[in-house]
Design a protein around this ligand. Structure first.
Ligand SMILES: *[C@@H]1O[C@H](CO)[C@@H](O)[C@H](O)[C@H]1NC(C)=O
Ligand SMILES: *[C@@H]1O[C@H](CO)[C@@H](O)[C@H](O)[C@H]1NC(C)=O
Ligand SMILES: *[C@@H]1O[C@H](CO)[C@@H](O)[C@H](O)[C@H]1NC(C)=O
Ligand SMILES: *[C@@H]1O[C@H](CO)[C@@H](O)[C@H](O)[C@H]1NC(C)=O
Ligand SMILES: *[C@@H]1O[C@H](CO)[C@@H](O)[C@H](O)[C@H]1NC(C)=O
Ligand SMILES: *[C@@H]1O[C@H](CO)[C@@H](O)[C@H](O)[C@H]1NC(C)=O
Length: 715
């Protein structure tokens, strides 16, 4: 009975409303009135002729109530009206990249259900109202790139569900509220960089155990010492403390341990490792020489860091030779034992060439529907908000429109997506890689991964400048490296240009550069990375033939993006080949192998069996590349009618005591005869790197130092 009455009431009510706007519509029109300019006419269909505003541009409803107001990047100027606070079911507000100004009205926070408030890239000013503490469901607060000032309200710590807090590039002052770390424990992303926060870093920051990516406190005025509790953050979190006023020694525990100096520069009063300034009053425990990870004169920019290892006691030349000599014996034995299995795996896998595979679209169903369904998904709002180019570098001065308008030509189809060369109007040239579609639920993972890669800066690593994510398109935007890749430089096959073999000195320079890039990845980069897919196709050559390692982390990104049918087929292939050859542990290995170069001769033998990627995998791949550069052979060598992988072949040559000239690239033999000693030394390094036992392979740092010394002694 009751429900019947209610129904009649509702029915009559809605009849009465037909043709005239409901309350929420009026609230939105009040919002529209506070917008001074709308040059693109984004709000043109917001008018009185509708009964309800759910069809209006930028509005999404659930059960006829407005849940989302999303009008990003429309050059709107004016103020943010407090009338949005009248929308009782409002969940998502996204007005990023407009020209809105003025204060945040405290009445906005009457909408108690707000989960995400994204206002970055406007000109809002003034403080954050303390009423923000009313938002118990707030998960995503992004106010970056505005002119907000004042200190953070203490009530902010009541927003205990906050996952993303980005306040970077404002004018905030004061210290962080008490209890920040103990209350906001759900935080996954915290960026306070480029403000004027002062006071000490709260020691309870260590309780932010869900953090991912970078904890960015850089470019503020934080002072005092670095709390040791920061070390209890998850180990994968990169802590950026640069350009503050911090002082004292850097605690060496947990997430703070073994970081390079780059996380701490710009704090003149910090001391001890990994910085070179010693702590004047502290004990010997913190003297710089005790830190194995930092040659004191290391700078990320110095390409030719010949003296890099001078102090740190690397192997002497004779020691290396001794090790190499004993290892050659090792190769013969272990190598022989292993070569049976290995050569079968390798020749069956036929060193799959990345270029061999076509990139097919997986004819999958259309992108997810962009309307709010009965359960609103948390990820949806993020997807909605991320339809834009995300710069990873302050120097990125182009936007998506420019990128899409630019002239592009296909550079190549590799196993993972298509790569384009793109020339912008102002002449800037970029390389853009298209990953597949799909993976729309995994934006966060993708973002964390891609932003970590974007932090890498080394002259021998290709820089990732920006990325773009939407449901059906994912782009990675890199520096363009002009001189092709190393595979072409060694073997020719560039097509148009006549093949000029590289001289020995250029080869040596390339070898050194690759080694330096790998040392950076392994030891100095924010996380201690493994490339996992190193091969000549992935090494690009710059203007002066300096090498740039590319495609770092690509396998993982493509996996997250999920739309790479080639990856899948490679994985299936690996499963098959493993079923043939080995019956133990093959299925586990297959999960890792989808991120590495399965079936490739550059892949370390243990990578088929061991789950955890190891830096020694890269050392092996590097060794194979050295062999290729010394011998000029491809990774499959034809001996009579027998196909043999290059590692097996070189081992055979050594067993049979072949003269060097049989092994050497014929192009080298004539001009560079006087370099014989150097070439043999490099060959020994290569042999050490391709040891079957990963423990016995040298680290990249030792390799790099040995190469550098080699140059000195011969020059
Ligand atoms: C009101 O919006 C509708 C679309 O929703 C549009 O067709 C109509 O022209 C608009 N009226 C005015 C007066 O702008
Ligand atoms: C914030 O900036 C405004 C002017 O932009 C100024 O009047 C006000 O004093 C500032 N507030 C604080 C706390 O610095
Ligand atoms: C920040 O505030 C200072 C004064 O406290 C002012 O001089 C400066 O221009 C402000 N910066 C921005 C970006 O608003
Ligand atoms: C915060 O972390 C410290 C140690 O790291 C621990 O003792 C304390 O209980 C934690 N507090 C909360 C509220 O989790
Ligand atoms: C930095 O901190 C020291 C004390 O540790 C203080 O004396 C100095 O004034 C601070 N400098 C700035 C620029 O805030
Ligand atoms: C090292 O070798 C490069 C070429 O391989 C040469 O240009 C450079 O001068 C050498 N450096 C020293 C210190 O011998």
């Amino acid at each position: 009975m009751f429900s019947l009455v209610l129904f009649i009431l509702l029915f009559c009510n809605s009849q009465a409303l037909a043709g005239s706007l409901n309350d929420e519509g009026y609230a939105l029109l009040t919002f529209k009135q506070s917008i001074r300019e709308d040059p693109e006419g984004s709000l043109n269909d917001w008018n009185y002729s509708d009964g309800n505003p759910c069809s209006w541009n930028g509005i999404a409803c659930k059960e006829q109530k407005v849940v989302s107001v999303s009008i990003p990047k429309k050059k709107l100027s004016g103020f943010l009206s407090s009338s949005l606070g009248l929308l009782s079911e409002l969940r998502h507000v996204n007005l990023r990249n407009n020209k809105l100004s003025g204060n945040l009205p405290s009445q906005l926070f009457n909408s108690l259900g707000i989960q995400s408030l994204v206002l970055y890239g406007n000109s809002f000013s003034g403080p954050i109202p303390s009423e923000i503490g009313n938002l118990k469901y707030l998960q995503n607060l992004d106010l970056s790139q505005n002119l907000f000032n004042g200190s953070l309200p203490a009530s902010l710590i009541q927003c205990k569900r906050l996952k993303t807090l980005d306040l970077s590039q404002n004018n905030f002052t004061g210290s962080l509220p008490e209890g920040f770390g103990t209350n906001l424990v759900s935080l996954e992303k915290l960026d306070l960089s480029f403000n004027k926060f002062d006071g000490s870093i709260p020691s309870d920051f260590g309780n932010l155990s869900s953090l991912q990516g970078t904890l960015d406190l850089s470019h503020n005025s934080f002072s005092g010492s670095i709390p040791a509790s920061l070390g209890s953050l998850p180990e994968k979190v990169y802590i950026d403390l640069t350009y503050n006023n911090l002082s004292g020694p850097i605690p060496q525990n947990g997430a703070l341990m073994n970081r390079g100096p780059t996380a701490f520069i710009g704090n003149p009063l910090l001391c001890g490792p990994p910085l070179k300034s010693p702590c004047s009053d502290s004990s010997g425990a913190s003297s710089p020489s005790s830190n194995p990870y930092l040659p004191s004169n290391y700078t990320p920019q110095s390409d030719n860091n010949v003296n890099g290892g001078r102090k740190s006691g690397g192997l002497s030349k004779s020691a290396v030779i001794a090790i190499v000599a004993s290892d050659v014996v090792g190769i013969c034995l272990i190598g022989l034992l292993f070569s049976y299995c290995y050569s079968r795996v390798c020749s069956c896998g036929k060193c799959k060439d990345e270029n061999g595979n076509d990139h097919e679209k997986g004819g999958k169903g259309r992108k997810e529907c962009l309307c709010f369904k009965k359960d609103e998904s948390e990820t949806l709002s993020e997807n909605v908000e991320q339809y834009d180019l995300v710069p990873l570098d302050p120097q990125v001065a182009f936007d998506l429109d420019e990128l899409l308008k630019a002239s592009a030509f296909v550079l190549g189809k590799s196993g993972i997506g298509i790569v384009y060369k793109v020339v912008l109007e102002d002449g800037l040239t970029l390389a853009v890689r298209r990953l597949g579609e799909g993976g729309s639920q995994r934006f966060k993972e993708f973002q964390t991964e891609v932003e970590a890669i974007g932090k890498l800066r080394h002259p021998n690593i290709v820089t990732l400048r920006a990325y773009y994510w939407s449901v059906d398109e994912k782009l990675l935007i890199y520096d363009y490296i002009p001189n092709g890749n190393l595979a072409t430089a060694i073997h020719g096959g560039g097509g148009t240009v006549a093949f000029t073999p590289l001289s020995w000195s250029v080869r040596l320079k390339i070898m050194k550069g690759i080694a330096k890039g790998l040392v950076y990845l392994h030891e100095y980069s924010p996380k201690k990375y493994v490339h996992g897919d190193l091969k000549p196709n992935n090494i690009l050559l710059g203007q002066n033939m300096e090498p740039h390692i590319s495609d770092f982390g690509l396998g993982r990104l493509a996996n997250i993006a999920g739309g790479s049918p080639t990856l899948q087929s490679r994985r299936v292939a690996s499963e098959k080949s493993q079923q043939k050859h080995q019956s133990t542990g093959s299925f586990e290995a297959a999960t890792v192998s989808s991120t590495t170069n399965v079936g490739s001769c550059y892949q370390a033998p243990e990578a088929l069996k061991v789950l955890k990627p190891s830096q020694k995998w890269d050392v092996y791949s590097y060794g194979v590349i050295l062999l290729e550069m010394i011998t000029g052979r491809s990774t499959i060598v034809l001996v009579g009618t027998l196909e043999m992988d290059i590692v097996r072949w070189i081992q055979l040559c050594i067993e049979e005591k072949k003269p060097l000239s049989d092994v050497l690239d014929p192009h080298l033999a004539q001009d560079d005869a006087d370099k014989e000693e150097e070439i043999i030394a490099v060959l020994k390094i290569a042999l050490a790197c391709i040891q079957t036992n990963p423990e016995r392979r040298p680290t990249m740092r030792h390799v790099s130092e040995t190469l550098d010394r080699l140059n000195l002694s011969s020059g």
